[in-house]
Write a protein that binds this ligand. Structure first.
Ligand SMILES: O=C(O)CCC(=O)C(=O)O
Length: 200
C-alpha cells in the first residue's frame, strides 16, 4: 500500500487497529450521487435481511464460499473504474475482481464476521455512500473493541491484523452515537471490493 495516501484509522479515544485505514473523501459528493444512481438501477437480491448486489463472483453466504460456477463475469465498467483506482493508488496489489453492494435501511446491519479467508485476498476495501454508520470491531482473541464512524465518501481499508484478527459488524439499530450525539440512521449503501483467490 502507498503510505502517502493511507493513515491509520483511530477512534475518538485514539485507539488504532493495525491494518485499518479510513480515507475520508475518497470520492466527492457528485461522484457519490452518480454512484448511488448506478446502484439504484441495479438488480437487488433479496435472499438476506438486507438487499445486496454481487458482481464478478457470487458469494454463497450459506456455504461461506466462492466457486467457479459463481462467476458472474467481469465487473461492469463503473465498478471496474473504481477497482482500477484502488490498484492505481496502491491499495490493492492487483485490481479487485469481486464487489458486493449492501443496502442498509435504518434498523438493518451485518453480523460480526471476518471476510472469508480462503475465498478473498489480503485486502478488503469498503466505500460508503449515503448515511453515516458506526462499524464495530472486536478482536477475535480477546475483548478488545473499537467503534468507528464510516462517513459517506470514505473508503475503509482492511489488511493484516484488521483483516484477519478482528471481527467487524454493523449493529442492527436505528441510531448511532456519533461525536456524542444520538444520530438517526439514514439509508446507507456500501460497495465492498475484494480479490477472489480460490475458486474450487
Ligand atoms: O457494509 C459494510 O460496510 C460492511 C460490508 C461487509 O462487511 C461485508 O460485505 O462483508
Amino acid at each position: 500500500m502507498n503510505a502517502d495516501v493511507l493513515h491509520p484509522a483511530a477512534n475518538e479515544k485514539g485507539l488504532t487497529i493495525q491494518g485499518l485505514t479510513r480515507i475520508d473523501g475518497w470520492i466527492g459528493k457528485e461522484e457519490e450521487r452518480r454512484l448511488l444512481g448506478l446502484v439504484d438501477v441495479g438488480n437487488w437480491r433479496n435472499d438476506l435481511k438486507r438487499r445486496v448486489q454481487h458482481f464478478g463472483y457470487l458469494y454463497d453466504y450459506r456455504a461461506r464460499s466462492v466457486s467457479p460456477s459463481g462467476r458472474l463475469g467481469p465487473l461492469p465498467e463503473w465498478l471496474a473504474v473504481l477497482a482500477g483506482r484502488l490498484f492505481d493508488q496502491g491499495i490493492f496489489s492487483s485490481e479487485p475482481d469481486q464487489v458486493i453492494i449492501n443496502e442498509y435501511m435504518p434498523g438493518q446491519g451485518i453480523s460480526a464476521h471476518i471476510d472469508c479467508v480462503p475465498c478473498f485476498g489480503e485486502t478488503i476495501a469498503i466505500l460508503s455512500l449515503g448515511g453515516s454508520v458506526v462499524m464495530t470491531f472486536r478482536r477475535a482473541s480477546n475483548d478488545a473493541h473499537l467503534d468507528m464512524v464510516l462517513p459517506a465518501g470514505s473508503l475503509l481499508v482492511l489488511s493484516g491484523p484488521a483483516r484477519y484478527g478482528w471481527l467487524h459488524a454493523i449493529p442492527a439499530r436505528k441510531a448511532d452515537i456519533i461525536a456524542g450525539v444520538r444520530t438517526q440512521r439514514q439509508r446507507r449503501v456500501s460497495l465492498t471490493f475484494r480479490s477472489v483467490v480460490t475458486s474450487d
